[in-house]
Design a protein around this ligand. Structure first.
Ligand SMILES: NC(=O)c1ccc[n+]([C@@H]2O[C@H](COP(=O)([O-])OP(=O)(O)OC[C@H]3O[C@@H](n4cnc5c(N)ncnc54)[C@H](O)[C@@H]3O)[C@@H](O)[C@H]2O)c1
Length: 403
């Protein structure tokens, strides 16, 4: 296998394509967004990822990698397009289907087709059926597999190579072919399974994180009502040798943990009870935080006979990144701003220069000016601020507690 075509040059597809090109494969990266294609061919990344731009440039120079908006004949195709949800949290696999339809006319016997996009169980088999319905002469002669990605943005170059991978084909020959493909550039262990198990494995990993965070978030609400410091409680409970409770926050965000569990609940609405409840708890936690801030503002105004200045500290979905997708902090800020019309609310996000909706304030300035300081994201910068004397501090994410 020499020529590989990656479909989707986003946070995952582009780094994977570049790393694959370093193993000697001839890689074409395809994206429907012409700006991404142009930026990539100019040797620049369209997102931040340490170490990757240098690798991209080297691959362009050696000729092992180039980007295009058009698919070309290859021996292997890797689909890394988005899988958002639509309507009432149903998975939207139309991008995966669209990408596979693009390569369908190019496929030939013996080709390998891999899906990396997070997908509901049965997607790879459905895509196989779709391909064979359109190209019956290829029936049983393609290799198709699912291989999920579990890298951490910010550490992608290392994790792409060193993380273990789960690889599941629609039949044993497909699994073997996909294992051989990844063995060329992955140093982590490769685990063979079937396509359905590999699909469910990705969903399980993120649903597991969501459920565990929901437990911490539920505890935080109980502790709030019971007058107990949840951070101290968790620290003490975790001294038990077999207990390991995660940290609560103001909800759960991002494009993975806040999305993927719905791919299970949507297909198994009766059975997936804990998973569905975890989603509800984590969503509710953001509403709970917003209402707590509103109540604190009203109390302040009653006591001081003037409205407070409030600093909302953080918009990202987790600490030290600029990614605001599905962010509970962003939801809380919007909700409080809408609910408390005309209030003096300062919005802070040190990792973002400007935002099209929110006017951003420097975190020092916001802290200085605020009567109420609301910590929504535990960014490192916030930990350097002193405890606020004469101000009300609302710490939903443990800025004052530990890591
Ligand atoms: N970002 C992560 O941390 C992460 C981690 C694990 C898994 N995933 C999964 O990987 C998949 C891709 O995620 P991402 O973060 O890279 O998404 P992304 O939105 O950053 O990139 C996807 C790219 O695909 C392109 N695209 C859409 N349709 C196309 C088509 N038909 N042909 C070619 N290109 C097409 C888009 O223009 C976009 O550039 C998703 O299913 C996601 O859930 C993401």
């Amino acid at each position: 296998m020499r020529r590989v075509c990656f479909l989707g040059l986003g946070y995952i597809g582009l780094p994977t394509a570049i790393v694959a090109s370093w193993s000697g494969l001839e890689v074409l990266g395809v994206d429907i967004d012409p700006r991404i294609v142009a930026t990539t061919n100019a040797g620049r990344l369209h997102f931040v990822e340490p170490g990757l731009e240098e690798m991209l440039r080297a691959s362009l120079v050696t000729g092992h990698f180039r980007a295009s908006d058009t698919v070309e004949v290859a021996d292997a195709y890797v689909v890394v397009v988005p899988t958002p949800f639509k309507g009432d949290h149903e998975p939207d696999v139309s991008y995966v289907e669209g990408a596979i339809r693009q390569v369908m006319p190019l496929l030939k016997a013996g080709d390998l087709l891999i899906i990396e996009s997070t997908s509901p169980v049965g997607t790879t088999e459905r895509m196989r059926d779709m391909v064979y319905a359109a190209r019956p002469e290829l029936a049983g002669r393609l290799r198709m597999a699912y291989c999920p990605e579990r890298v951490l943005p910010g550490n992608v170059v290392h994790e792409l190579v060193h993380n273990d991978r789960v690889i599941g084909g629609v039949d044993e020959e497909s699994t073997r072919a996909a294992m051989d493909f990844y063995a060329d550039f992955v140093e982590g262990q490769l685990f063979a399974t079937d396509a359905r198990t590999a699909e469910m494995c990705k969903l399980t990993e993120n649903a597991s994180r969501d459920v565990q965070i929901a437990f911490a978030n539920e505890l935080s609400i109980i502790c709030d009502k019971a007058g107990i410091d949840v951070w101290e409680l968790i620290e003490l409970a975790n001294r038990h040798p077999r207990v390991s409770i995660l940290r609560p926050g103001c909800g759960v965000g991002g494009h993975c943990i806040a999305v993927d569990p719905y791919f299970i609940t949507s297909d198994f609405p009766t059975e997936a009870r804990i998973i569905a409840e975890a989603r509800r708890i984590n969503n509710y936690k953001a509403l709970y935080c917003a209402e707590a801030v509103e109540k604190a503002m009203l109390r302040f105004e009653l006591e001081r006979r003037r409205p407070p200045t409030v600093a909302m500290m953080g918009l990202a979905f987790k600490p030290n990144i600029d990614d605001l997708r599905e962010s509970p902090a962003k939801y809380i800020v919007s909700r409080v701003m809408q609910g408390m019309d005309n209030a003096d609310i300062l919005v802070v996000e040190p990792n973002v220069r400007e935002h099209k909706v929110f006017k951003l304030t420097d975190y020092h300035e916001a802290w200085e000016r605020a009567d109420i300081v609301v910590y929504l994201v535990a960014h490192d910068q916030f930990r350097t601020l002193p405890e606020a004397e004469g101000k009300l501090e609302m710490d939903f994410c443990g800025v004052r507690n530990g890591r």
